[in-house]
Design a protein around this ligand. Structure first.
Ligand SMILES: Nc1nc2c(c(=O)[nH]1)N[C@H]1C(S)=C(S)[C@@H](COP(=O)(O)OP(=O)(O)OC[C@H]3O[C@@H](n4cnc5c(=O)[nH]c(N)nc54)[C@H](O)[C@@H]3O)O[C@H]1N2
Ligand SMILES: Nc1nc2c(c(=O)[nH]1)N[C@H]1C(S)=C(S)[C@@H](COP(=O)(O)OP(=O)(O)OC[C@H]3O[C@@H](n4cnc5c(=O)[nH]c(N)nc54)[C@H](O)[C@@H]3O)O[C@H]1N2
Ligand code: SF4
Ligand SMILES: [Mo]
Length: 729
């Protein structure tokens, strides 16, 4: 393992770019191109290219840490694990199981996410588990489930994009957030298709567009409804499709018709001619797509907003047809799989619902427990963090850094400090780990094997390429050991393949069915798209003689069945090829029809007023990832993106008397953040933008509003009211 090159995938975003890892004789590893992986064909962004730097012991945790005399000091694994088990056990005894909280992450592999969910329900017996994906794509997931009966971010592979006629890209800056994916959109335009970008800023992505609509933050719902109004008014609906494949059109139509173009122009700032042009570009070609990302989703009305964009697709017959559809661009490395296998407050593996008696019976049987022993649904991520120190007394956190990334972060930081006990598993000493009572250093992507599910719904094998440093253990080892210390000896294996075999059985028959997927297949194919049910029964394939058993599964596989398969019909009877394209025959609802939603525009959680007259929106820059815990430890990335900034229009800057680089204070009802001015005509004059990757004085989340979407419980990261003033330098 230590001498050859291993094909694997990037540790960061949901594109899950393929790369080769080669250990170097002098130590460390080299990343080289892996052109056979069709999504990125060898291309990587700077984060992926430099990811090995975080493997270095110069920046990572090298030993468990325990708090002693107020400071974190190195300790043995025995002492650290012993202390966690003892403190979790004590909290449970004193306050009951629901005083124990668990917080996970969409960067964790499927095996880890699955085991963490099982650990919470079976070992701790708590309902109080949720994860950072709630802050990510949960509104799109809720809207997709409502409309189509199933949430898989993209219902088609990215390779379909160049062949459609028009894409409306809503609130995605993929030129910075998934740079290698830009190729699909350039090819679309080379093929004569058009790209419409909806973003309050003229981003690098918007610069590629044929039409850029720059709505006021928080008004996408009105925009989508205004476009639907025009579709109806101009007679561009697909009546046959609406009749045959949808339900609920009359109500949705009636709700949309109140959104006159002039009214929508007033709300959004997008002119009527631009609205008409968008409708023309979207409706004229035979096929078209709408893709959303965090812009329209991270709003207190994100679910309705995505629902309105789906309405637009349904009214024009652009869903569940070749080269047409609605998709969400999921964000984290395992943002898709991480939301399917049970680390979510209301969920069991296979995307099953925790309050569904049949789902409880199925999963309880796989877990060898009584279905009645499984707790019910718990709190959503922000609500869970908000309850720390009151209802929840001890927290186990794995794969998130909420001190930087949670909304109203100063309050959440204070909640974390008020806990009786905090344990954090991480690869580096994140700002949240700094607050912990015990910190466990865990292995990273290149040092361990596991599966992730990319934004396409493609399950991938991330392979171990090197050995971890001595004294570092995996997240699975931590959960295995803690389970044993808390009295559950069995059911928490440390071998990821063993976990995956159980996950296959637990997911069998569920909406996200992985039962036909094996490590063996993943090693041979460039991923397998779920659903992929087992055609021969999962137990046949995962018996004692796993390897032998699986040979028959692989016999006769076409070269790349995933890519060849247009539908769920198996290409070879003995094996399911996976499902690259969903909904072509029917939607996953009871009657096979997609559902319109009847929604009307409403205001954001916080609108500007005399005291806070501007809008703040937040997002990302290409060289930093998320809370920056990993990427802020890479010199090249820090040189490219050294710190926070406040992006503002020259007219606003002139009013404030601010020049480029001057320190500005941005003040909201939650707090105050200071960062240098970055002046650009590419932003609306009523809006300022801050990236959220940094802690401290320039932390964007000091300002953000935790107003929650009523369905998805997504906080409103993308809009709050602020004032901006000159700060002391
Ligand atoms: N470099 C980098 N890449 C990443 C990540 C990272 O942290 N850094 N994170 C990964 C993850 S987890 C995610 S979720 C994705 C996120 O990927 P994106 O969604 O592309 O990222 P964001 O920058 O959060 O938001 C996208 C755009 O939404 C716009 N926007 C703001 N408010 C509104 C609004 O009200 N309406 C509309 N329509 N647009 C609005 C912003 O101006 C921004 O350009 O990126 C992934 N890739
Ligand atoms: N203002 C604002 N805030 C936002 C957003 C926004 O657009 N604006 N976006 C939101 C979104 S979309 C997201 S996804 C969240 C993300 O925000 P976070 O949840 O904070 O995400 P990361 O920074 O990726 O944190 C992951 C942590 O886990 C560690 N880690 C990485 N891999 C592993 C592993 O395998 N095991 C363990 N135990 N640890 C690991 C990393 O070192 C890091 O400390 O932020 C949200 N916050
Ligand atoms: S685009 Fe995403 S997956 Fe690809 S190299 Fe960059 S961070 Fe990694
Ligand atoms: Mo995300």
């Amino acid at each position: 393992m230590e001498t050859t090159s291993t094909p694997t995938h990037c540790p960061y975003c949901a594109l899950q770019c393929g790369m080769n890892i080669t250990p170097l004789p002098q130590g460390g590893v080299e990343v080289t191109e892996r052109p056979d992986f069709p999504v990125n064909r060898g291309a990587l962004c700077g984060k992926g290219r430099t990811a090995p730097e975080v493997l270095s012991s110069a920046v990572r945790l090298t030993s468990p840490l325990v708090r002693s005399g107020g400071r974190l000091v190195p300790a043995s694994w025995e002492e650290a694990l012993g202390r966690i088990a003892e403190r979790l056990g004590r909290t449970r005894e004193q306050y009951g199981p629901d005083a124990l909280g668990v917080f996970g992450g969409g960067g964790l592999t499927n095996e880890k996410a699955y085991t963490l969910g099982k650990f919470a329900r079976v070992v701790l017996g708590t309902s109080q588990i949720d994860y950072n994906g709630r802050f990510c794509m949960s509104s799109a997931a809720a809207a997709g489930t409502k409309a189509f009966g199933l949430d898989r971010g993209l219902p088609f592979p990215l390779e379909d994009i160049p062949r459609t006629g028009c894409v409306i890209l809503v609130g995605s800056n993929l030129a910075e957030t998934m740079p290698p994916s830009l190729r699909f959109f350039s090819e679309l335009r080379e093929n004569g298709g058009t790209l419409i970008v909806v973003d309050p800023r003229r981003t690098k992505t918007a610069e590629q567009a044929d039409l850029h609509l720059a709505p006021r933050p928080g008004t996408d719902l009105a925009l989508a409804l205004g476009l639907l109004h025009l579709v109806v008014a101009e007679g561009r609906t697909d009546e046959d499709y609406i009749r045959e494949r949808t339900a609920g059109w009359e109500e949705a139509r009636a709700a949309a018709m109140g959104h006159w173009p002039e009214y929508v122009e007033r709300i959004t700032g997008v002119s009527v001619p631009q609205l008409r042009e968008a409708v023309r570009l979207f409706c004229e070609p035979e096929a078209a797509m709408v893709l959303t990302a965090r812009g329209p989703e991270q709003q207190s009305k994100g679910t309705d907003t995505v629902g309105a964009w789906i309405n637009l697709c349904l009214a024009t017959g652009r869903a569940g047809r070749p080269l047409s559809g609605y998709g969400c661009l999921t964000g984290q490395g395992n943002g898709q799989g991480g939301r399917e296998h049970g680390q979510k407050a209301d969920q069991l593996p296979g995307y099953r619902k925790l309050d569904d008696p049949a789902a409880r019976r199925h999963v309880a049987e796989v877990w060898g427990v009584d279905p009645d022993s499984l707790p019910g649904p718990g709190r959503s991520a922000y609500e869970l963090l908000d309850a720390l120190g009151t209802d929840i007394r001890s927290l186990l956190l794995m794969g998130s850094n909420p001190v930087v990334s949670a909304p109203r972060a100063a309050h959440i930081e204070e909640r974390l400090r008020s806990l009786d006990f905090l344990a954090v598993c991480d690869v580096v000493l994140s700002e949240t780990a700094e607050l912990a009572d015990v910190v466990l250093p865990v292995t990273q992507w290149a040092e361990e094997t596991g599966t992730t599910t990319s934004l396409e719904g493609r399950v991938l094998l991330r392979r171990q390429a090197i050995s971890p440093p001595a004294g570092i253990h995996s997240d699975l080892y931590v959960l295995h050991d803690l389970a044993a210390r808390l009295g559950v000896e069995k059911g928490f294996p440390t071998d990821p393949e063993e976990v995956f075999e159980e996950l296959r059985r637990a997911s069998a028959g569920g909406p996200a069915d992985y039962s036909g997927i094996t490590y063996r297949r993943l090693a041979q194919e460039n991923g397998v798209f779920w659903p992929c049910p087992a055609t021969t029964g999962v137990t046949d394939e995962d018996g004692e003689d796993g390897e032998d058993g699986e040979d028959t599964v692989l016999d006769g596989l076409p070269d790349d069945p995933a890519r060849d398969a247009e539908t769920a019909v198996p290409a070879v009877p003995s094996v399911h090829p996976g499902t690259p394209r969903l909904f072509l025959d029917r939607f996953a609802t009871g009657d096979g029809r997609a559902r319109f939603v009847a929604v009307a525009h409403r205001a954001s959680g916080e609108e500007p007023d005399a005291e806070y007259p501007l809008l703040l929106t937040t997002g990302r820059v290409v060289a930093q990832y998320q809370s920056g815990a990993q990427t802020r430890r890479v010199a090249e990335l820090n040189a490219a993106a050294p710190g926070p900034f406040v992006e503002l229009h020259p007219r606003l800057a002139a009013r404030l008397g601010a020049a480029e680089g001057d320190p500005l204070a941005v003040v909201s009802r939650r707090g105050r953040a200071v960062a240098p001015a970055r002046i650009t005509t590419g932003i609306r004059p009523d809006t300022v933008f801050m990236p959220f990757h940094w802690p401290g004085e320039g932390r964007a989340n000091t300002l953000t509003n935790p107003a929650l979407d009523p369905t998805s419980r997504m906080p409103e990261f993308k809009v709050c009211a602020v004032r901006v003033e000159a700060a002391e330098s």
